[in-house]
Ligand binder design. Structure first.
Ligand SMILES: [Mn+2]
Length: 425
């Protein structure tokens, strides 16, 4: 049928980004990281051509800083040239990391490229396979954009497909800085069929149709933070007439940040811990689409092994041993760091014999679990003392599925942990 095509939505390329929070990488890892954002961009271009997309949308933060490294600019325009040569148009807006008042070494863009200006929402109209498509966009003039730019967008109700291209914090996501803030209602009201958004680095759909409101996320993870971990890529949207869908995620990243959480509860010694970590990292490798991995190992829970891990240089030694085990692999695996949050086993009986607050807490706990009715009375009493019963109730609602004794045991553990930490100081 006519009007069948696809487009690719990318954002937050952060070309030539400096990598944050990476503990002393090996030289080959450092080199790979330096290239990663640029290679991810090359992957975006290759994927767009391979999937025969009609156009590419880039929703801001092409560059990481106003300085805009020369090689990042050259690599970007190189990619756009390849797209143009393949007859694929590119639509670009700039965001808070790469506002239009930054230095640009490129003044002459390939013919098929549209860089939206900052003064007003501009509209580009094209025809793809007999379907009229209008791409609306606006760039940030300066980095500190506080205006609700989404409110300025207006779609055409003439049978055309309307796409909005914007760098924004939609729905006030508290984990990200608030630039060009707007609400989901603002986006709904604009008359778009698809909102290609940038700024939030985690891929997410705020709406899946009517209209689509999508963040493609960044193209290459940049740190071990949760929003930067896991696969990174672009969205590929299939269109038929004015209907969009499916919209699918495709990874384009080169190096992937992967958290590896290890519960030390049943681990007998450091040797067994190392084996367990290797097993978990193997699992991560199998699910990594052939990408190189930067693994942050997080040790959690209570176990006897925590005592040995507390010895000087124990964690550093474990880190080195793991790194040596993965040396020379391609794609590489680099143990970024080992975070030791494991806690020692508590000898409840010994604590009960004491005369400190921990002993008192244990006696309170023991009394409560002895009689099921007393748990309810305790919760009611605690709610009164806290002065805001709803707080306690809402916590309990979250825990509804858990048995009261388990909840109490968990609370006891947390409290004893805090007290232990106080004693350590
Ligand atoms: Mn960004």
């Amino acid at each position: 049928m006519s009007g069948s095509f696809r487009f690719v939505h990318a954002a937050d390329l952060h070309l030539d980004t400096p990598f944050q929070g990476i503990a002393g990488p090996a030289p080959e890892v450092g080199k790979a990281l330096q290239e990663a954002s640029l290679q991810a961009w090359d992957n975006v271009v290759a994927l767009t051509i391979e999937r025969e997309a009609a156009f590419l949308l880039v929703a801001g933060d092409v560059y990481d800083g106003a300085e805009r490294a020369m090689r990042a600019q050259l690599r970007f325009v190189d990619g756009l040239r390849r797209l143009d040569a393949a007859g694929i148009r590119s639509f670009i807006v700039h965001g808070n990391h790469d506002p239009l008042d930054g230095w640009s070494a490129i003044h002459d863009w390939p013919a098929g490229v549209k860089v939206f200006g900052p003064a007003e929402v501009e509209t580009e109209t094209l025809e793809v396979d007999g379907q009229a498509v209008r791409v609306h966009g606006i760039s940030y003039a300066t980095g500190d954009m506080q205006e609700n730019l989404a409110a300025r967008f207006r779609g055409s109700k003439d049978g055309s497909l309307n796409i909005g291209l914007l760098h924004t914090n939609a729905g006030s996501n508290a984990e990200h800085a608030s630039y060009a803030p707007c609400s989901l209602a603002d986006l709904d009201a604009a008359g778009m069929d698809y909102w290609a958004l940038g700024h939030i680095h985690k891929q997410m759909f705020l709406r899946s149709g009517g209209p689509w409101v999508a963040y493609s996320g960044d193209t290459q993870g940049r740190s071990p933070k949760p929003s930067e971990a896991g696969s990174k890529g672009v969205l590929v949207a299939d269109v038929s007439g004015t209907t969009i869908g499916p919209v699918e995620f495709e990874p384009v990243d080169v190096v992937r940040f992967a958290p590896c959480v290890v519960s030390v509860g049943d681990i007998v010694d450091v040797g067994a811990l190392e084996s367990r970590i290797v097993e978990l990292v193997d699992e991560l490798r199998r699910g990594s689409d052939g990408r190189s991995l930067l693994v942050r190992v997080i040790l959690e829970g209570r176990g006897s092994v925590a005592t040995d891990l507390r010895r000087e240089d124990a964690v550093a030694g474990l880190t080195t041993a793991l790194r040596e085990g993965y040396a020379g692999l391609d794609p590489f695996i680099w143990i970024e760091s080992v975070k030791n949050r494991a806690r020692g086993l508590l000898d409840y009986d010994a604590l009960r014999k004491g005369d400190d607050f921990r002993a008192e807490l244990l006696r309170l706990h023991d009394g409560l679990v002895a009689g099921p009715d007393s748990v309810d009375a305790f919760v009611a009493g605690a709610a009164t003392k806290l002065g805001d019963a709803s707080q306690v109730e809402s916590v309990l609602r979250d825990l509804e599925s858990a048995a009261p004794a388990d909840v109490l045991a968990e609370a006891l553990d947390l409290a004893l942990d805090d007290l232990e930490r106080e004693t350590d100081r």
